[in-house]
Each structure stands twice: as C-alpha cells, then as structure tokens.
Write a protein that binds this ligand. Structure first.
Ligand SMILES: [Ca+2]
Ligand SMILES: [Ca+2]
Ligand SMILES: [Ca+2]
Ligand SMILES: [Ca+2]
Length: 317
C-alpha cells in the first residue's frame, strides 16, 4: 500500500474515532474506538505531518470516493452483533457511495438497521436496494448506500436479461451517480458473480456495459465493481476478455480476501480514468481499526475496494 494511502487511512480512522466518541448510539451500542495500528507495522513508522493532515482534509470535498464491499451473508445474525455493525458503519462513512453485496435477509431489517447506525453520528446516508436475486432459494440483494450530502443516486434498476436468456445468477444492479458539488457523474454497475460461472459472467458483463451505455449515451464514465470472483480457481487472471479494453484499477496483485488466501476477487473496472484523483485500492479495515484476525473475519471474508474521483472536470453530460 502506498504511504499516502496509509497515512490517509490512519487519519480517517482517527477522525471516525473522534466522531464515534461524541455520538449517542441507540440501544446502548458502544462504538468501537478506532486505534492506530500496533507497533512493528510499517504504518506506525510513517511520519505524520500536521500540515499534510490539514491539506488532506481540506481537499476531500473536491473528491468523491466510490467502492464496493461483499459483506458476506449480511442479515439478521450479523445485524445482531454490535461490534460488527459498528465496523461496517465506520467503513461506510468513509465512502460517498458503496455498493453492498451479499445481503441475505428475508426479514428486510438488517440493511435499514445498518443505515440507521451509520446516521447515528449525524451523518445523512440513504440507500437504494435491489430485489432479491438468485436462481435458488438462497437470494441476495445489492444496495448502494450513499451520502446524501455529497452525491445523488438515481435510475437504480436491475439489468434486464434479454428474453429467453439467463446469463447471471444475480444480474447486475445499475444506478446513476451525480456529485452535488462539481459536475462529476457516472453510471455504477455492481455484480456479485457466481463462483462456479465467474468466467462466463465476467465475459457477459460486456453486454451489460453495452446496455448501460445505450441507456446513457452522453455518459463516458461507467464503473463496474464488486466481487467478481475474478481470481483463483474461478477465473484466470491472465485470460483475456472483452473487458480488457478498460481499466482494471484493482490489479491482479491485490489481495481482497481477509483470510490468509491471496486472491483478487473484488474489482473496479473503469471505462474512463481521466477524472481519477487521489487513491484507489483495497481498504484494509483490519489495519485502519486495529482489528484482530478474528474480529476482521467476523465482519467479512472480503475487504472493500475503493476509487476516488475529482468532482470537477467531467466534460460529458
Ligand atoms: Ca439471471
Ligand atoms: Ca461523467
Ligand atoms: Ca490476484
Ligand atoms: Ca488474504
């Protein structure tokens, strides 16, 4: 991880820790106080310059942070664990919009509870959620959770598979995003592929992109993201696909798994990189919040991924 990223993550964690300490949490939930990572990590050796700190904070309103997170069987069981929910809320608050995957909750209560917790510190996040998707009785939903103070989300809809076809177990969830300050806009496409058919589904995303482009003909910025299962036995990183023409900014060397395995399952693919500003990569929340391995995997088997864009300089409609 780049030094700048590490410093920024520490700053974010410290900021969130301060906010959490001053907030009133419902139902007696005690927020986890973010701690700097323990000794002997490269992070603690990073010199933190106060001037850099202020500069970083001041520039954050010029950028928006977008990303995706497979929260691994997010439902009532996870929602009943305050220590997990508080980490999720802290993570979500670092994003302007985050595409949540693997919501498995027939009660439809876990996601609203999470967003309520996010907002318990005075934040104003909202969400759009897909229908329950899947070919079997095990259904999943996607959601975009977003900061209503910085972005708007519109036109959220599930990719309409052509009549007589069924290319995806959980067809992608598409939405438009617009920065409230500046002129950045883009179309978001999130998918959690089925591991057993990851290669077929990844190659099928080219059709989803073409569909989204047909619906947004003036737009240049399309962001495909999520747990594509794009590594290991599910997908050959060295293979070619129609999407090779675009920018896989979570590259093959990244590890998006919280366990000891080293796979780049989670990806962000951009059609246009001209508005990139700041960092992109894997959010190591275990380091940011100084979590044990046990605490880390209780949140998810995946790390979130993220990318930052400048809000000015978008020339498309
Ligand atoms: Ca389908
Ligand atoms: Ca745009
Ligand atoms: Ca890899
Ligand atoms: Ca790993």
């Amino acid at each position: 991880m780049k030094l700048k990223t590490i410093i920024l993550l520490i700053l974010i964690s410290l900021t969130l820790g301060c906010i959490s300490q001053n907030s009133e949490f419902v139902n007696g939930i005690i927020p986890i106080t973010a701690q700097p990572p323990i000794n002997e990590t490269p992070i603690i050796e990073a010199p933190i310059n106060n001037e850099t700190t202020e500069a970083e904070v001041e520039t954050t309103h010029d950028t928006i942070r977008i990303g995706a997170f497979n929260v691994q069987v997010f439902g009532v069981t996870k929602a009943s664990k305050p220590e997990v929910m508080n980490v999720l809320a802290d993570i979500i608050r670092t994003y302007d919009v985050i595409a949540i995957q693997e919501i498995r909750d027939s009660s439809q209560t876990a996601l609203p509870a999470l967003v309520d917790l996010v907002n318990s510190d005075g934040s104003e996040y909202s969400y759009v959620v897909s229908e329950r998707l899947g070919r079997t009785s095990s259904k999943e939903q996607y959601a975009y959770i977003y900061n209503t103070q910085t972005v708007s989300i519109s036109n959220a809809s599930v990719y309409p598979e052509p009549d007589g076809t069924d290319p995806f177990h959980r067809q992608p969830f598409i939405a438009s995003i617009e920065a409230l300050q500046g002129n950045f806009d883009a179309v978001l496409i999130v998918i959690h592929t089925d591991p057993d058919e990851a290669t077929e589904e990844i190659n099928g995303l080219d059709y989803v992109l073409a569909y989204a482009q047909s619906q947004n003909q003036e737009e240049d910025d399309f962001i495909i993201m999520g747990d594509l299962n794009a590594d290991g036995s599910y997908f050959d990183e060295d293979s070619t696909s129609e999407l090779d023409a675009y920018h896989w900014i979570i590259d093959d060397s990244q590890d998006t798994t919280t366990k000891s395995t080293d796979y780049t399952y989670d990806r962000i693919i951009l059609t246009d990189t001209s508005k990139l500003h700041g960092e992109h990569g894997v959010l190591r929340y275990d380091l940011v919040y100084a979590l044990s391995q046990e605490q880390t995997v209780s949140v998810s088997d995946h790390y979130p991924v993220y990318v930052e864009f400048r809000v000015n300089g978008d020339m498309d409609e």
